[in-house]
Design a protein around this ligand. Structure first.
Ligand SMILES: NC(=O)c1ccc[n+]([C@@H]2O[C@H](COP(=O)([O-])OP(=O)(O)OC[C@H]3O[C@@H](n4cnc5c(N)ncnc54)[C@H](OP(=O)(O)O)[C@@H]3O)[C@@H](O)[C@H]2O)c1
Length: 279
């Protein structure tokens, strides 16, 4: 089999495939011969993607729905296993941003982010592991965030959702030893996707952003080698320095990050005054 078609006969689920990193990863997997199941909410986007996927991998399908719904998330895996007889690769990539001060986030909003960004990967993994075990193995790739390594300001809940994913994946990596199932954690840095236009308050990041297709290529290359945890893009000096500095002097990084995206003290004071009057 040519290395271009190295995933021929494999079935891969990619969540969050209607744009950005998920879309590019789905395309690459189809080009590599995998039957791709593209998952997201926006059906028209998935239908457009499907035409491209099927040019490389005719059996590919899409399943439209909300991955933050437990029944849908588990149901995707069940349906794929019934239709194709197997689930070889699960890429938990769907995610939403939340860029807002902690004082202005409700508990329900925080829960919604945890459901989409973290619980969905837990539900799909629980559903997929028995099929992978039955068939001798599989790969679970969880797309976390560089923000879980070096937290930006205004993103406590988003970072929490990704740190939960980190913990779950690291645990899986340990627990799945000898099972043939490989768990893998991917931390994208700033990547040029539509996620930036979904920030509920304008983000202040103005540094370099990297293309989503580069991330997809590097993700697949790392998956081929069964690597465990990677930051993408790879070998990036700025990301490396930020991680290193955060490990040895987190308060220096906190000050630097707060300079880039300041916490508005007037806003905090106004809120304090309001709470003093009406707790
Ligand atoms: N871009 C970056 O700079 C960056 C950095 C670090 C980490 N990441 C992570 O990388 C992953 C991909 O993000 P991206 O940058 O490619 O963003 P994106 O272009 O906004 O893509 C997000 C994908 O998730 C899907 N999605 C969101 N909520 C969903 C839900 N409830 N049910 C089903 N699908 C849902 C979206 O599809 P629908 O809206 O059609 O449902 C879309 O396909 C995310 O987990 C993100 O946190 C991105």
């Amino acid at each position: 089999m040519s290395s271009e078609k190295r995933y021929q006969g494999r079935v891969a689920i990619v969540t969050g495939a209607s744009s950005g990193i998920g879309l590019e990863t789905a395309r690459l997997l189809a080009r590599s011969g995998a039957t791709v199941v593209a998952v997201a909410r926006r059906e028209e986007r998935l239908a457009a993607l499907l035409a491209q996927l099927q040019a490389d991998s005719p059996d590919s399908i899409y399943l439209a729905g909300d991955i933050s719904d437990k029944a849908f998330a588990g149901g995707v895996v069940q349906q794929v296993a019934e239709q194709f007889g197997r689930v070889d690769i699960l890429i938990n990539n769907a995610g939403v941003p939340l860029h807002r001060m902690i004082y202005k986030i409700t508990a329900d909003e925080a829960e919604a982010v945890m459901r989409t960004n973290f619980l969905s990967c837990l539900w799909t993994s629980f559903a997929a592991i028995p099929f992978m075990l039955r068939d001798g193995g599989g790969i679970i790739v969880n797309v976390s965030s560089f923000g879980s390594k070096v937290p930006p300001t205004h993103e406590a809940v988003y970072v929490a959702s990704k740190c939960a994913m980190n913990g779950f994946t690291r645990g899986l990596w340990g627990d799945l030893q000898g099972s043939g199932i490989h768990a893998m954690l991917v931390h994208p840095g700033p990547i040029a996707t539509e996620i930036w236009s979904k920030l509920d308050e304008p983000g202040a990041y103005s540094g370099e952003v990297y293309p989503a297709d580069l991330v997809a290529r590097q993700l697949l290359a790392a998956m081929d080698k069964r690597e465990f945890e990677i930051v993408l893009p790879r070998w990036n000096f700025k990301l490396w320095i930020a991680r290193w500095l955060y490990a040895i002097a987190p308060s220096v990084v906190r000050a630097g990050v707060a300079k880039m995206d300041p916490v508005n003290q007037d806003e905090v004071e106004a809120l304090r005054q309001r709470l003093i009057k009406t707790p």
